[in-house]
Design a binder for this molecule. Structure first.
Ligand code: ES4
Ligand code: ZN
Length: 321
């Protein structure tokens, strides 16, 4: 087995790394009853028809996360798996509102994640950043209150993102929140064009001023937008296995990644919610190479793009490679 390509992972929801085995262990520890008999029955529920059907399970299962230690254990398990697949740098999303809504303080979440991330360079050889995501199907006021609640922890947070159910919740809904985040010195990304139309990608760029588009898959429907994304070298954090599992595309062989690279788009490949979508980022690299017949040069381009699109500064960028 050749060594996996060194790479950065830029689109990874830490709650989406909750494997069934850890979910049951945490459920037992925290006295939570899951509506599944065992890990096998839980895995049978991983047949999704769209983004919402996945989100329903994703939010249900994270009810097992209670303590600082739970979040540390979750993140440490991800970092170990990612490192084994060649990840040298990870920019990790978390969803504070999914926890505060069920009575877990934001400090518990951030403290727990930070403990794992603080030891990650030494324990796993992985540098890390944290990106706090707002749930777009909640109100802009709730997002603003979340940003306010995060103020004591801003030294731990590199940027903000926007996730959850996309259609009907355009980026412009969060104009003020993103302006406030920018004023606090935070970097900005947003999910756009996963299930939503190409215009959501434009809004994320023009109204929110994001530096990367998470997914961006549906840009391919809009040649003018593609031309702009190429010209401005806007990174897209694609998640091909997620697109198949959430039925955005039928089969991996139909994924437009290869033509997107050919068009000159700054594409990166990521795992999104690896516990749910059938693979971590190394598995995802292998899967797209096989399904799309990408050559060594294209795989190296993907790895190079991942570092170039990251929020590592230039010095660190060179060291991580
Ligand atoms: C997500 Cl795949 C995906 N899309 C939007 N929001 C999310 N949160 C976790 N995974
Ligand atoms: Zn995502």
């Amino acid at each position: 087995m050749p060594l996996p390509l060194p790479k950065a992972e830029l689109h990874l929801h830490i709650e989406g790394t909750l494997e069934p085995e850890l979910a049951f262990a945490l459920a037992a520890r925290n006295g939570v009853t899951l509506p599944y008999a065992d890990t096998e029955q839980l895995r049978e529920a991983y047949l999704f028809s769209d983004l919402q059907s996945f989100l329903d399970l994703y939010y249900e299962l994270m009810a097992v996360l209670h303590t600082v230690d739970d979040f540390t254990e979750l993140a440490d398990a991800y970092l170990a798996r990612a490192a084994a697949q060649g990840v040298r740098h990870a920019e990790i999303f978390f969803d504070p509102q999914a926890h505060t809504a069920r009575g877990i303080p934001i400090g518990t979440v951030i403290e727990g994640l930070a403990r794992a991330l603080d030891g990650a360079e030494e324990r796993h050889g992985v540098s890390t950043r944290l990106i706090m995501c707002f749930l777009r199907d909640e109100s802009a006021e709730s997002a603003m209150a979340t940003l306010e609640a995060a103020k004591p922890y801003l030294h731990r947070i590199t940027g903000v993102g926007l996730d959850s159910a996309e259609v009907g919740h355009p980026p412009s809904k969060f104009r003020e929140v993103y302006a406030a985040a920018e004023a606090l010195g935070l970097r900005k990304v947003a999910h756009a064009g996963e299930e939503g139309p190409p215009d959501y990608i434009r809004e994320a760029l023009d109204v929110l001023g994001v530096e990367r588009i998470d997914h961006g898959l549906r840009c391919v429907e809009d040649p003018e937008l593609v031309e702009r994304l190429v010209r401005e070298r806007v990174p897209l954090t694609l998640c091909p296995l997620s697109n198949v599992r959430l039925r955005a595309i039928d089969v991996l062989e139909d994924h437009p990644l290869a033509s997107m690279l050919e068009a000159g788009l700054m594409a990166t490949v990521n795992s999104d919610d690896p516990a749910y979508f059938g693979g971590y980022v190394g598995d995802t690299f292998d899967a797209v190479r096989g399904a799309l017949g990408l050559d060594r040069e294209q795989m190296r381009t993907l790895a190079r793009n991942s570092f170039e699109a990251s929020f590592l500064d230039d010095d660190e960028d060179r060291r991580a490679r």
